[in-house]
Design a protein around this ligand. Structure first.
Ligand code: GDP
Ligand code: MG
Length: 190
């Protein structure tokens, strides 16, 4: 039943192989990183969260092609406000959600800096999705969807607009990253 490709990549004949991927949330303060994670992991939302609220990481099980994959998703505890995310935060990451706020242009302007930082601190080709969060704030939008999309294309990133408030595309954003990592890993590129 399994194709040859799947057979070859499967080290889990016993079914016991665990995939554990470290994924980091990055982006300016208050763009909604912690709320995206809270929405994804616990289906919760905090209308007035402080940037210091946040778990160090959250391990989440995902089903990819019928296989259980664990994503260890790291969140900042507000240190990004001081541009002081440590190299330990990035170490070993194979995926990243680089988040900006579609209603705050400055957070979009910072994307390049975050990409530089990510590439400085991680030694692998980190699978990255550019996430334009707060898509519910249509009336005060400052960054058109087309701009996010073009930047993502130019930088070779996935792209999605999300809303942690109304749940739009949240699960999809995380799954996009994990599915791609899984697919690369099962082709043994890493
Ligand atoms: P972080 O600093 O990037 O972790 O951002 P937070 O998750 O703490 O969110 C900062 C603020 O933005 C909080 O008041 C959230 O309630 C709000 N927020 C987060 N996501 C959304 C969203 O999708 N839509 C709206 N309208 N507000 C959001
Ligand atoms: Mg936070």
């Amino acid at each position: 039943m399994a194709s040859e490709g799947e057979e070859e990549s499967s080290q889990s004949e016993s079914g016991s192989q665990d995939y554990l991927f470290k994924i980091v949330m990055i982006g300016d303060s208050s763009v909604g990183k912690s709320n995206l994670l809270a929405r994804f992991a616990r289906n919760e939302f905090y209308p007035n969260s402080k940037s210091t609220i946040g778990v160090e990481f959250q391990t989440q099980k995902l089903l990819i092609d019928g296989k259980e994959v664990k994503a260890q998703i790291w969140d900042t505890a507000g240190q990004e406000r001081f541009r002081a995310v440590t190299s330990a935060y990035y170490r070993g990451a194979v995926g990243a959600l680089l988040v900006y706020d579609i209603s705050r242009r400055t957070t979009f302007d910072s994307v390049g800096r975050w990409l530089n930082e990510l590439h400085t601190h991680s030694d692998m080709n980190v699978v990255t999705i550019l996430v334009g969060n707060k898509s519910d704030l249509k009336d005060i939008r400052e960054v058109p969807t087309s701009e996010g999309k073009s930047l993502a294309e130019a930088q070779g990133l996935f792209f999605m607009e999300t809303s942690a408030l109304d749940s739009s595309n949240v699960t999809e954003a995380f799954y996009t990253v994990v599915r791609e990592i899984y697919s690369i890993l099962s082709r043994k590129v890493f």
